[in-house]
Design a protein around this ligand. Structure first.
Ligand code: GLN
Length: 544
């Protein structure tokens, strides 16, 4: 394990308290002091990974470079820390059991009864320690999904108890995130739920070292004292986590509460260097003081649940700040768009993004959105299914290929402009079988894509089965839609754009997964630039 130290983050009282953001914020502060940090998430559900989960169940599925389909919290870790994560950073109960059962079948435990303790807990500990064993990190933060007391998370909590014992004092600590609710009728903040949830942790043999308390109101000293006394922690280890204006304020708030200092002192690490968060603050300054404003339609079918498009929304925040521009996202349900209402819904937008997705539902609206952006010369960005819709729309309405479609929507279409890749044709299993993870894309000079990236070769992440059908490539080129980026090994089309349009770009990959606070994604940055330009042109025309 070398000198790696481990921080465990548990949650109590209720779910959705933002363990991911707290973990990412702490990680940021420690990193800003020169430490090498990574963050891992344990999810207590039985699915091997969230790849087979509906976005309504689980929000977005975040994909890493190595092609792991993971929890959206990994997106926060990457965006905050500017690091890349991998399969090792997200482990579910399903994967733990899968590994143990595979070993059992191989005969690894021959003669032994395989049990939750020690076999499952050992496997959990193995995935915690394996990150330490890489030698790449000074600190590994492990976030335990769910709430203490949940039946599902018991083996994880037990593994944390054991890991802390294995590691010894000064090498591991537990941060417990709780809620301190405000009862309006009593006019009081209530500490009892926190006391109970700490008791529950104690029943599992874990004394938390630090309490991070989510609250809508400031925690006065007497409340802090009460929690310190009843939960056996030092008063300085009761950390207030107020609701923040944006998630990107949380590192600053945690710094003010000295969470990083408490952690360093408990882990016996030097706290001599102040965290260098100047660039983070610059980003926040630009984000909060925009000089411009644009309205972008996000056309998707899961718009009721913004978590389904988390990385896209965050990529807009980064790109907006880079352009000193407030990006007002208008979530438009693709099923609501018709040829009759499209102008009233979308014509006053400064940009249209058609979102990724799967299946037939909502496709019609996405095609109409792609069409209106093309015809009205509104900046357009199509991601994955969004790019495929742009291709289908162009085939039907410009190339006059009647009934052109993706074979995902119509397997019998006369013009399969989007079709299944050869290696996907015989796949019958759903989980983990798409084209996943990082692939190289070669860009053509003189294209909007090249202009954005300002380089020939980029690597971007994928999650899809269907592809542009290259037999139609020449027809598209003649008609004015070009392939601006291709995979150099397979010749698969990775990016398309319209030649005669201010900014009409589609990517088969998911650029949003690689946008971070310190490195906003160039395609999003240029899309917003184009939207600002479009808005200015429109305004100057209106004033004439
Ligand atoms: N459904 C499409 C495919 O599988 C697009 C997937 C996506 O948008 N992520 O190719």
């Amino acid at each position: 394990m070398g000198n790696t130290k481990f921080i465990f983050v548990t949650g109590g009282v209720t779910s959705s308290l933002g363990k991911g953001i707290i973990s990412a914020s702490l990680g940021k502060l420690l990193q800003a002091r020169g430490l090498k940090v990574t963050i891992q998430k344990f999810d207590p559900y039985i699915n091997i990974d969230p790849g087979t989960l509906n976005p309504y169940e689980h929000g977005e599925c975040y994909v890493t470079d190595d092609g792991a389909e993971t929890d959206l919290d990994l997106g926060h870790y990457e965006r905050f820390l500017n690091i890349t994560t991998s399969q090792a950073n997200n482990v579910t109960t399903g994967r733990i059991y899968y590994n143990v059962i595979t070993k059992e079948r191989k005969g690894d435990y021959l003669g032994k009864t395989v049990q939750v303790v020690p076999h499952i807990t050992d496997e959990i500990k193995r995935s915690i320690f394996s990150l330490g064993e890489t030698g790449d990190y000074d600190i590994v933060i492990t976030e335990i999904g769910g709430c203490v007391g949940d039946i599902e998370s018991l083996p994880f909590i037990e593994a944390v108890r054991q890991a802390r014992w294995d590691l010894g004092a000064n090498n591991a600590l537990v941060i417990h995130l709780t809620l301190v609710p405000y009862l309006k009728s009593a006019g009081e903040l209530k500490t009892k739920p926190t006391q109970h949830s700490v008791k529950q942790l104690l029943e599992s043999g874990i004394q938390p070292d630090i309490l991070v308390c989510r609250s809508e109101h400031r925690l006065p000293m007497d409340i802090r004292k009460k929690m310190a006394l009843f939960c056996n922690v030092h008063i300085n280890s009761v950390i207030e986590a107020l609701d923040a204006e944006t998630i990107y304020d949380v590192p600053i708030l945690m710094r003010k509460e000295k969470l990083d200092e408490r952690v360093l002192s408990k882990l016996k690490l030097s706290n001599k260097t102040e965290p260098d968060i100047d660039r983070w603050k610059e980003f926040l300054g630009r984000h909060k003081n925009p000089t411009n404003e644009v309205k972008i339609a996000l056309v998707g079918k899961y718009v009721e649940l913004p978590d389904a498009y988390k990385s896209i929304a965050e990529a807009f925040t980064h790109a907006g700040a880079e352009n000193e521009c407030r990006v007002n996202l208008e979530w438009v349900h693709s099923e609501e768009i018709t040829s009759e209402n499209v102008l009233s819904l979308l014509a006053n937008m400064d940009g249209i993004l058609v979102a990724p997705g799967f299946g037939e539902r909502g496709i019609q609206g996405k095609l109409i959105a792609a069409q209106i952006a093309r015809e009205q010369r509104i900046p357009f960005f199509g991601i994955c299914l969004g790019m495929q819709c742009a291709v289908i729309e162009f085939a039907r309405n410009v190339l006059n290929l009647e009934g052109a479609n993706s074979t995902e929507m119509d397997p019998e279409t006369a013009h399969p402009v989007i079709g299944l890749m050869e290696e996907q044709k015989n796949i019958t299993q759903m989980g983990g079988t798409m084209r996943l993870g990082a692939y190289v894309c070669r860009l053509n000079k003189g294209t909007k894509a090249y202009q954005a990236y300002d380089k020939f070769s980029v690597t971007e992440r994928h999650r899809h089965r269907y592809e542009f059908n290259n037999t139609y490539l020449e027809d598209f080129k003649k008609g004015g839609m070009i392939a601006s980026g291709k995979n150099p090994d397979t010749g698969l089309v990775e990016m398309i754009e319209l030649k005669d349009h201010p900014w009409y770009v589609g990517s088969q990959f998911h650029p949003e997964l690689k946008s971070t606070v310190l490195t906003p994604h160039p395609l999003f940055v240029n899309f917003i630039k184009a939207a600002i330009g479009y808005k200015k042109d429109k305004e100057s025309k209106d004033n004439k």
